[in-house]
Design a protein around this ligand. Sequence first.
Ligand code: BDR
Ligand code: CA
Length: 305
Amino acid sequence: MPIPIILDCDPGTDDALAILLALASPELNVLAITVAGGNVGLEITLPNALALVALAGARVPVHGGADNPLLGEFLPAHHIHADNGLGGVILPPGPPPAPGIAADAIRDILRGAPEPVTLVGIGPATNLALALATEPSLAVHVRDIVLMSGGWVRGNITPAAEFNAYSDPEALAILLGTGHRVVFAALDLTDQALATPARLAVWRSLGPGRCLRAACDIQVAVPPSARLGGQGAPLHDPCVIAWLVRPDLFTAFPAHVSVDLAAGPDRGRTRLDRSGRTADNALVLDTLDADRFFALLGDRFASLP
Ligand code: BDR
Ligand code: CA
């Protein structure tokens, strides 16, 4: 049986590839896509999500949500994702969004779900946290919470913090406090998914489909990561979808994760405790078989229109 998921995102170049991967994966049943601001404003991320669903020929409701974190304002990442959030790649517009804001839609789906639903977060955690904080009893309808968030050694938006964790640390803290295991694809894992020119050339050779072409065009536009030696850009967000589809490509360990909320240079830093002195609340994805990961994505993108 496919795993029912709600995919919460802020597309975003790597979000775009994660959305296409999810829609191409028969192992998943995407019940809804919910959208926040983050990489760029909600007025851009929401049309991007709608365009990607239409490009894939999928019929999945897309709901708009938070354009601000629980405190303060989002800090956009135009330097990675370009002004239009998709590396400057222009997609045909999709249909209007589904009625109802993201947090309400998430709660409605959980309330009526015949089986537990996995919440997948690849942007700031605001929508997911709002949904669960306003009706905590719905947590029994959650199967797993799987996030691209955090970094154990260093950050990518500040020296200490990863972008999604930094964008709404209070929301991440709420998810960590639900009593549900949170699965983390943090930077230490997603940096292993390096989209090099050679890997993208292989993808391009796999077929003529519009989704495969869009995935390649979007990823080619992402500046190579100086942090990782300039060899390519990491495909952060597709890692969480790939883990749901092919967990055998990953290794993982249980741990306790917390997030720093105090103002100052450590705000948004995620901390990992493997000592066992604090109860495990997370499963941390550790290693990735990157070659098989890129082969999986290429095959799945090529299977779309
Ligand atoms: C995360 O930040 C965003 O810019 C990406 O879309 C990804 O979700 C990586 O730190
Ligand atoms: Ca994202």
